[in-house]
Design a protein around this ligand. Structure first.
Ligand code: IMP
Length: 330
């Protein structure tokens, strides 16, 4: 599961929904703490920065990838808040973000002003990893009881015919390689990158779900085609605030050309479209495909025809269960 635009597509909700609906044995999150995934389930809201959004299904084991970066205090707090102790483990090779990484980012004008970084220390920790001086999870005493070999576990389960869900972070166009450089994050954010972070080869993949929002948002600077003036965005009700930074997000209408490129870069086999109720208020809370109004069905059909990939689910509200499920995964 990966984001198709600039992050904030609503991946947390999509992952949580699939985790409840389908039979996964293991769910693994990659990425780092700059990405906040929001899950609203049974009236409670979680803003997750490390724990996989699939935690909502207590029957699923959880993992944090070797290529991920965590902050120890934040991770332990999230494990407690989500009640995932006992079924979560962190790959010993995952990287550790320390306070000095955050301080280094805060003192960089380039990151703060030009790139518009979330300043969570992620990029500086990546720098240290490349320099081979970063501390890894296996070196942290307080994590000792939750360290495991996530790649081994994932590949074992796959070889037994059990399903594994990988939760990517951010969005395709924040990719260090394929995004709008230099206005990007410090890692690749395409599907291949998250496979690599976990340690799963490309031939093991059944489906690649790309998540798009019904409109495009972006926090921080960088190109945004079709960007709307703030008063127009406010009038439409499309203005949002960053999960991690609280910054207002810039807004543009759904961009089919960008979506086509995301489909290409990720080899998408299925698409999820979130926040449909923000653009089409009449679908708020709809869960039955038969209740989708004609103009909405028409728009979905047009998107499918242009992208040549099936749209399998639509978000119609904040709650995980406010979802219209249209198709099947493999
Ligand atoms: P950094 O990865 O925190 O250094 O931020 C670099 C750029 O990526 C900035 O424009 C951030 O706003 C953006 N960014 C990083 N993580 C996320 C995310 O999870 N959602 C949306 N934007 C993000």
């Amino acid at each position: 599961m990966v984001g198709g635009f600039f992050g904030d597509e609503g991946k947390g909700k999509v992952v949580a929904y699939l985790a409840l609906k389908k039979k996964f044995s293991l769910a693994i999150r990659g990425g780092a703490i700059n990405a906040g995934h929001t899950v609203v389930y049974r009236g409670r809201t979680w803003k997750l920065r490390s724990v996989p959004s699939a935690f909502v299904n207590p029957g699923i084991e959880l993992g944090i990838a070797a290529g991920a970066l965590v902050k120890v205090d934040l991770l332990l707090r999230e494990i407690e808040e989500t009640g995932s102790a006992g079924r979560i483990c962190v790959d010993g090779m995952a990287g550790i973000i320390e306070d000095h990484h955050v301080e280094r980012e805060r003192s960089s004008d380039h990151l703060a002003k030009t790139v518009g970084s979330t300043l969570q220390g992620v990029g500086e920790a990546m720098v240290d990893r490349v320099r081979r001086v970063l501390r890894l999870a296996r070196d942290v005493e307080t994590l000792r009881n939750i360290i495991c070999d996530v790649s081994e576990k994932a590949n074992t389960y796959l070889s037994e015919g059990r399903d594994v869900l990988i939760e990517g972070t951010q969005g395709t166009f924040l990719s260090l390689y394929h995004g709008t450089y230099p206005y990007v994050t410090s890692r690749d954010t395409t599907a291949s990158a998250f496979l690599s972070e976990v340690g799963i080869g490309p031939k093991m993949v059944g489906d690649v779900v790309v998540v798009f929002k019904s409109y495009v948002t972006r926090v921080g600077p960088g190109p945004l085609r079709g960007e709307l003036p703030v008063d127009e965005a406010v009038r439409l009700g499309w203005v949002e605030y960053g999960t991690v930074t609280g910054r207002p997000r810039r807004v543009a209408p759904f961009d089919i050309e960008l979506a086509k490129r995301a489909v290409m870069l990720n080899s998408a086999t299925a698409i999820a479209i979130t926040k449909l109720d923000v653009v089409f208020p009449e679908v708020k809370g709809v869960r039955d495909p038969a209740k989708l109004p004609g103009r909405v069905r028409k728009w979905i059909d047009e998107v499918e025809a242009a992208l040549k990939v099936p749209v399998i689910m639509l978000g119609t509200g904040e709650e995980v269960e406010d979802t219209v499920y249209l198709g099947e995964l493999e």
